[in-house]
Write a protein that binds this ligand. Structure first.
Ligand SMILES: Nc1ncnc2c1ncn2[C@@H]1O[C@H](COP(=O)(O)OP(=O)(O)OP(=O)(O)O)[C@@H](O)[C@H]1O
Ligand SMILES: [Mg+2]
Length: 359
């Protein structure tokens, strides 16, 4: 898939920008604080509904402005869709081909953006929520039933937690336990299958990017005791859950971890190796997306040059040379010239929130 025009208004310091992207590698170059990351955040928002950077939504809206707007034309499987997303501090509005979209998921399904940025190491060193989000984002695109199942699961979890806190009886809890289990079975199966497939790609990529660490293995932690059915686990923990007022087992506690032959624990990784591990997972995710859906997601690489040493940058560029993904990459200086000869290239200069097309 690829984005054609990208129109952004009131995203951080970018008051208004219109960019016509090429289908290959689009480079955004400019000094610190120019607005480069902001452009990627706007792009990412079309796929994830939020920024990769801030939890606080309003910080993305330009100071003094009430709302932000992002508009794009996305081309995939031979058709073009016009997508617009607006956000105020408390609400959002989306349009697709001029029509108002009522569920944001409908818009987010149209664009897939995978982004490697300075905060990506959190995928390895951060909390489990980040890693669940990573897997679930892919399931959202691949599994048709995902949205309903995830919603039903969250609802059952909320209900069960409310009953636990209210000290309600076993009969009521049994009903929500059954609902949790029914949805958990699918979530668990999807996540486990996805990570199985991803694991093979991560292995191949780590031979290229982290050969010194030896073979990699990606293990899935499903969120309740090994060898137990979730129903049993919930029954076993019911008393404890009552005391704590929340459900302590289930897919909402799932996680996964990547380890290497020569770095079995994540504490064995250097900061740079953490970043590379996260990048490998993201590139594997993009590759698997292509294998499952027949087209590449858009790849955003924020500040590539300051994140990786020259040798690893070269390896990434070599990798990008061989895939057909549309790429948006930022940096304070241009990528080395002799690289990416096969790919179409476009370059933009960013300064004080303005974007100028250079070539
Ligand atoms: N809500 C906001 N309203 C206005 N300006 C903002 C807002 N949030 C951040 N900024 C400013 O927007 C500018 C752009 O930030 P951005 O992170 O996009 O820069 P960058 O080009 O990626 O810089 P760097 O090379 O340092 O990563 C910064 O000067 C920042 O202070
Ligand atoms: Mg930046």
């Amino acid at each position: 898939m690829e984005l054609g025009v990208l129109r952004i208004a009131n995203v951080r310091n970018v008051a208004a920008a219109e960019i016509v992207l090429c289908s290959g590698v689009n480079e955004f170059v400019g000094p610190n604080g120019a607005g480069k990351t902001s452009l990627l955040e706007a792009t990412y928002m079309l796929s994830h509904g939020r920024s990769f950077r801030s939890v606080k939504r309003e910080s993305l809206i330009r100071l003094g402005s009430g709302s932000l707007d992002v508009f794009t034309e996305v081309r995939r499987s031979g058709r073009v869709r016009r997508l617009g997303l607006s956000r105020t501090k408390s609400d959002w509005a989306a349009r697709m081909d001029g029509r108002e979209v009522l569920a944001i998921a409908e818009l987010l399904r149209e664009v897939a953006v995978v982004c490697f940025e300075p905060g990506s190491h959190a995928l390895i060193s951060g909390g489990a929520e980040e890693r669940r989000h990573f897997v679930d984002w892919a399931l959202f695109h691949v599994e048709h039933g995902y949205v309903d199942v995830a919603r039903n699961y969250r609802r059952a979890l909320r209900q069960r937690n409310a009953l636990l806190r209210a000290g309600r009886g076993d009969a009521e809890l049994d009903i929500w336990d059954a609902e949790l289990v029914r949805n958990a079975v699918n979530l668990d199966k999807w996540r486990s299958n996805y990570l199985d497939k991803l694991s093979q790609l991560v292995n191949q990529l780590s031979v290229n990017f982290l050969p010194e660490l030896g073979a990699s293995s990606l293990s899935y932690v499903r969120g309740w005791g090994v060898g137990l059915e979730l129903g049993e686990a919930l029954r076993e923990r019911r008393q404890r859950d009552r005391e704590r007022g929340h459900t302590s087992a289930g897919p909402h506690r799932a996680d996964w971890r990547l380890s290497f032959e020569n770095a079995p624990e994540r504490e064995h990784l250097s900061r740079g190796q953490e970043k590379l591990s996260a990048m490998i997972c993201l590139l594997a995710q993009a590759t698997l997306y292509e294998q499952q859906l027949g087209e590449w997601p858009i790849l955003c690489l924020d500040d590539l040059a300051s994140e990786l040493d020259t040798d690893h940058q070269q390896r990434v560029l070599q990798w990008l040379e061989e895939v057909d993904a549309q790429v948006l990459v930022t940096g304070t200086s241009a990528l080395p010239k002799p690289q990416l000869l096969r790919r179409q290239r476009a370059m933009f200069h960013v300064e004080q929130g303005s974007v100028v097309t250079l070539l």
